[in-house]
Design a protein around this ligand. Sequence first.
Ligand code: MN
Ligand code: MN
Length: 466
Amino acid sequence: MEKKTAKELAEELLYKAPHAADADPDCIAKAQEFCEGYKKFLDDGKTEREAVQAGEKLLVEAGYRKFERGMKLNPGDKIYYVNREKCLLASTIGTNSLEAGLHINAAHVDAPRLDLKPTPLYEKDGLSLFKTHYYGGIRKYQWVATPLALHGVIYKKDGERVNICIGENAGDPVFCITDLLPHLSADQNKRTLSDGIRGEELNILVGSLPFMDEEASDRIKLYTMQLLNEKYGITERDFIRAEIEVVPAAKAADIGFDRGLVGGYGQDDRSCAYTALMAEIECKNPAFTTLCVLTDKEEIGSVGYTGLSSDFMLNYIRKLAACMNADIVEVLEHSRCLSADVSAAYDPTFPDAFDPRNSAYINKGVTLTKYTGSRGKGGTNDANAEMMEYAMRLLDNAGVVWQTGELGKVDQGGGGTVALMIASLGVDTVDIGVPVLAMHSPFEITAKADVYNTYRAFAAFANSAE
Ligand code: MN
Ligand code: MN
């Protein structure tokens, strides 16, 4: 046998994920271009409803038709369905029989935020404020002293709907949560970081001027309500049925001198939602019928009738199967799913939270994750070797830059994804997605090359003949 040098042998035998710029130099410029559309999607869709609306617009522009029961469907046809304005499903009909299975690509469009309480408005010591109840996993101290915007819908007594979006356009007022000055924070400084700002301290400052009648009480609250009534025709009682979400007012932006990164709110999981949607839209005449699912409620456990624990996706597949005279059990048993959600990127400032050998890194491509969960793999879909083999081959054959990584070191924390819910239908499922720094913060960070390679991974899956 020919004698090899250590370098030759190492190249042959050892594994190290390369930097995207080394593995595929062309992808850097392509990623820059791709992420212009991505940043717009982030700005257009700061809530699950807005993300679905932005997604629906892209689908309609691309010629998708609304899916209806009993529709006649042919290979190449493109259809979509919206569940309660908060979930988007889209398909391209394949040349294979539906019983050959679906290629499902599932991401979520809800993101951690602050929701208004049912009766949010109050006045205290000369200011009017909104009470909030946070949604999803937030680090509360990150949400103070930063500009916030209000998005949502309010129904009036007569049933008329009012859409609200304040704090996004130039000239709009913004809102914020106050924090103590360092000079007077001696007591607060003794709290732990997780307790530094408490849930009942996440109160949004919304007004400071009084209604002009010195005899009246709560004049600042009254003036705030008067302004809301003049602009939107609402009364305080209408808040009870409203859905108002408080999100960061900042727009998505390039980060770094080299513009290699994107900073912005809601990249968990709209980085995967946008890439999945683009792959779906650009897919032409696939072998397998595709199903791109953008769901709500992942951040609170996929619960409720807009979460993937409900049957909304299954019902769509049932209707699709009925249209095409396919046996639903056959369809599900032969389907595969890429569960598209972000992973934690290794952070050099906080290395102790990670196992450096088993972490995802910024700019090393899309992250293929065998399992998520916490403790002893609690709450995970642990993909089997066969599904991992399928996914690795798919990515390699398409020249996608990819890496692997798990969510931080063992027993440090953990998390789950929608993989569980889709796997529970008996569908082969694996987790995959964009690595993110500062996940769940008001300003999350991704690498453009990773976002682009995630799109390429999803495109390879949508177009795969296997
Ligand atoms: Mn997520
Ligand atoms: Mn999340």
